[in-house]
Design a protein around this ligand. Structure first.
Ligand code: UDP
Length: 329
C-alpha cells in the first residue's frame, strides 16, 4: 500500500501517518482499506507514511522515495502493489502487478490499471471502462450519535474549492452557528469568512482524534458545498471522492452538499446535493434541514454502500485481475 509521503504541517520531523494526525483524506482511505485487508487475513506493507503504528499483519516501511520504495518492495515481495500516490513512489512500469487509485482531478500520471472514485472523476479522466470503487469507511472508527447539537460543521481544507464561504452563507441563512474545522492554508480566505459572517462562523482549527469524531457525531449537518473552481492545482475542481461524506453519515449526521463532481452521485443517499451556484433563503434552509434523513438510516446507508469490508472485497477482485496480468486503461 503506497501512501503519498507528506510532512505534517510545518513540522519537518514528522510525516503524516496512516491514519492521519489531522487532515488527510488519502491517509484515511489507506487506513480504512488496511483495516479491512488485515481483517480478511492479508499481509500488508505500508510505504510512504513513516511513524504509522504497525500491528499484526501490517509492516510499516520508512521509505519515502522512489529508490527506497523499490528496495522495500523487493524485500517484502508483494503479490500486488496498490498505489495511492499518483506515480510519486512508483515508475510507469513497475516490477509488480499494480493497481492505482486516482485521488485527484483530470488524467492520472499513469493511467494503466487506475481505479476511480466517481463517474464524474472517471469521465474527466477519459477512462470510462476502468473500475469505479467508492471511498470506504470503517464504522468502528467513528462515534454514532442520535441526539444532535445546534451547530453545522465544515470539515476539510478551508479553501475556495471546498466551499467554506458557501457553508457560512448556508449556516447564516439557517440561523445556526458553523464550526469550521480544517487547515487554513489560505489565511486571507479564512479571515474574509470570519469577517463577513461574524455571528455565525467560528474557526476551530485542524482537528484530529476524538475531537474530529465528536464534531462529526454532534453536528446537525455537515456542509460540503464544494465549488468547481480554484482547485489545489489551480484547475477546475471536480470533487473526486469526498471522504467526509461517508464519515458524517456513519456518525449519523446528514450531508448538505453541492452537486459538484462525485457529490451529485453520493450526497443524495445521505442528504441533499444543491446546485453549486445556489445560496438558499432562510425558509429554504429550514426546509432542507427538516427534510434530511434520520441518524439510524444514515449509518445503515453508509455501511451498506461504503462499508470497508465491502470496498476491500471489490478491491481484492481488482487486485486479482492485475495479478493475473490483466491491464486496463
Ligand atoms: N480532516 C481532519 N481534520 C481536519 C480536516 C479534515 O481529520 O481538520 C479529514 C476529514 O475527516 C477527511 C479528510 O481530512 O477524512 C479530507 O478528505 P476529503 O476527501 O473530504 O477532502 P480532500 O482530500 O479533497 O481535501
Amino acid at each position: 500500500m503506497l501512501n503519498p509521503p507528506h510532512r505534517f504541517g510545518q513540522d519537518t520531523s514528522q510525516w503524516i501517518t496512516v491514519p492521519p494526525q489531522g487532515y488527510g483524506g488519502i491517509q484515511w482511505v489507506v487506513a480504512t482499506l488496511i483495516d479491512a485487508l488485515l481483517a480478511a487475513g492479508h499481509e500488508v506493507l505500508l510505504v510512504g507514511a513513516p511513524g504509522s503504528t504497525a500491528r499484526p499483519g501490517l509492516t510499516v516501511s520508512d521509505a519515502t522515495t522512489f529508490d527506497t520504495t523499490r528496495a522495500a518492495l523487493r524485500t517484502f515481495g508483494p503479490d500486488v502493489v496498490h498505489d495511492h500516490t499518483n506515480g510519486q513512489l512508483l515508475p510507469a512500469e513497475p516490477d509488480w502487478p499494480t493497481v492505482r487509485t486516482h485521488h485527484l482531478n483530470s488524467v492520472p500520471e499513469y493511467r494503466t490499471n487506475s481505479v476511480y472514485l466517481s463517474h464524474a472523476q472517471r469521465r474527466a479522466a477519459g477512462s470510462e471502462h476502468a473500475p469505479l470503487i467508492r471511498l470506504p469507511v470503517n464504522p468502528d472508527r467513528y462515534t454514532y450519535r442520535q441526539e444532535k447539537e445546534d451547530f453545522l460543521l465544515f470539515l476539510g481544507r478551508v479553501s475556495v474549492h471546498k466551499g467554506a464561504r458557501q457553508a457560512a452563507a448556508f449556516a447564516q441563512a439557517a440561523g445556526l452557528p458553523l464550526k469550521l474545522a480544517g487547515p487554513a492554508w489560505e489565511p486571507d480566505y479564512l479571515h474574509g469568512i470570519l469577517t463577513d459572517f461574524p455571528g455565525t462562523a467560528e474557526y476551530v482549527g485542524e482537528v484530529g482524534g476524538s475531537h474530529r469524531t465528536e464534531l462529526l457525531a454532534a453536528a446537525r449537518g455537515l456542509l460540503v458545498l464544494s465549488q468547481p473552481l480554484g482547485g489545489p492545482l489551480g484547475d477546475e475542481w471536480i470533487e473526486p471522492g469526498a471522504t467526509v461524506v461517508a464519515e458524517a453519515a456513519v456518525s449519523g449526521t446528514p450531508v448538505i452538499a453541492s452537486d459538484n463532481g462525485c457529490l451529485a452521485e453520493i450526497a443524495p443517499h445521505v442528504g441533499i446535493a444543491l446546485p453549486v451556484e445556489h445560496t438558499p433563503t432562510g425558509e429554504e434552509a429550514a426546509k432542507i434541514l427538516a427534510g434530511l434523513p434520520a441518524p439510524k438510516q444514515l449509518r445503515a446507508t453508509a455501511v451498506e454502500r461504503w462499508g470497508h469490508h465491502l470496498t476491500a472485497s471489490t478491491y481484492l477482485e481488482v487486485y486479482r485481475r492485475a495479478a493475473a496480468d490483466g491491464t486496463w486503461t
